[in-house]
Ligand binder design. Structure first.
Ligand SMILES: *Cc1c(COP(=O)(O)O)cnc(C)c1O
Length: 374
């Protein structure tokens, strides 16, 4: 089957390799990458991304849920796979079976895991201020108790920063407070003889804005895929990151419209004069937000930037190609990526939608074929 028939994603593994090497260049000695490959590796394809990273000698990963870990193991992916989220106790036997590592999300959960008597590998999550998952940093006795449980195998301790992407003064203060709380835990645990634990707190922005921190892993997600969360983000570290993903579809039909003819659901578009439109084979089910309808989004065709018009459908959408000569069936339409000398980045699309690239990429549909260019 021809995978570029309708709508597809092209993945540039050389760019992924470049990004891995850029991070390796700046991470302190002894700190290893633990890429976040949750949510289908931010749309890039879970198994293929992990396999590519294994080839780059990366052997630590984090995912959101157990099913992602199982898929990776069934595909033969090697290394430590940390489940960042909650796993229901009735699935804990699968954590053991597939040699996954579970996050301890609080003291009570640790106690239940201990009662399972499976001796699964875990990392303890510490809440240093985000108040999502984790045992609160002040409950140091509870944290030490978790480490003394006989039937779980504690490999690491970690926390998560929630404003490390901002370089506003008060956000920097908050992040430094989180880091201090975490460092205090590290110190107390080391003093109590727990010297073999792995500690980690940084995601992409933790590395990009706090490059001097020294921990065992960096849980880098979005930046490893070569994009920032927002176009406007200012970061401290200067890295040469290259986007891995391009998103493309095809022209199915080109048609001329007469003045006053309408297009699509709701008759949202009405031709003010004679014009030329193309119907493109991708829609909101593929992750193209309906909010890009009616001139709110742009695409590239034959190196020319043109608007999305009318209402985006589930599987198709319309673009105005009046200013493009020679448009024909099967021409490539670029939603993210390059065409000629023009480029639309994931940051551009996120900006148009008033969101972050993380959301855009992770919501790219399953139906899109992923094509890996090595
Ligand atoms: C998703 C996630 C990351 C990766 O975050 P990025 O900002 O994409 O680098 C790291 N840690 C945790 C706990 C996460 O949930």
């Amino acid at each position: 089957m021809y995978d570029k028939g309708r709508a597809w994603i092209e993945l540039d593994i050389n760019n992924l390799n470049n990004n891995v090497n850029e991070f390796k260049r700046v991470l302190p000695k002894g700190c290893e990458l633990m890429p976040a490959i949750k949510a289908n590796a931010y749309g890039h394809g879970l198994v293929e991304t992990a396999e590519a990273l294994n080839k780059m000698e990366i052997y630590h990963f984090c995912v959101a849920e157990i099913s992602e870990g199982i898929r990776l193991r069934k595909a033969g992916v090697k290394g430590e796979i940390l489940i960042l989220g909650y796993t229901h106790l009735s699935n804990i036997n699968l954590v053991k079976k597939y040699d996954l590592t579970q996050t301890v999300i609080d003291y009570r959960y640790a106690s239940s895991l201990d009662e399972c008597k499976l001796n699964i590998k875990v990392h303890i999550k510490i809440d240093t201020g985000m108040h999502r998952l984790g045992e609160h940093f002040e409950n140091i006795t509870n944290i030490i108790r978790i480490l003394s449980f006989k039937n779980i195998d504690v490999k690491g301790v970690f926390s998560h920063l929630c404003v490390s992407d901002s370089i506003d003064k008060k956000d920097i203060e908050f992040t430094k407070l989180q880091i201090n709380h975490f460092n205090n835990i590290v110190k107390v645990l080391k003093e109590n003889g727990y010297t073999n634990l792995k500690f980690h707190i940084q995601g992409s922005y933790g590395v990009l804005n706090y490059p001097d921190l020294k921990y065992d892993y960096a849980r880098v997600g979005i930046a490893l895929y070569g994009v920032l969360s927002k176009k406007s983000d200012k970061i401290k570290l200067d890295l040469d990151l290259k986007p891995v993903l391009s998103l493309k579809a095809r022209v199915e039909v080109v048609r001329e419209l007469m003045k006053n003819e309408t297009v699509g659901y709701g008759l949202d578009f009405k031709a003010e004069k004679k014009c030329k439109i193309a119907v493109v084979s991708i829609g909101y089910a593929d992750g193209i937000s309906r909010k890009l309808s009616n001139n709110n989004g742009f695409v590239l065709i034959n190196g020319i930037k043109v608007p999305i018009i009318a209402r985006i459908c589930m599987d198709q959408l319309f673009i105005d190609v009046s200013k493009v000569d020679d448009v024909k069936r099967d021409d490539e339409v670029v939603f993210i990526g390059q065409s000629g000398n023009e480029e639309i980045s994931a940051e551009d699309m996120a900006n148009n939608l008033d969101t972050i690239t993380n959301e855009i990429l992770s919501r790219l549909g399953e139906r899109l074929k992923r094509i890996y260019k090595v």
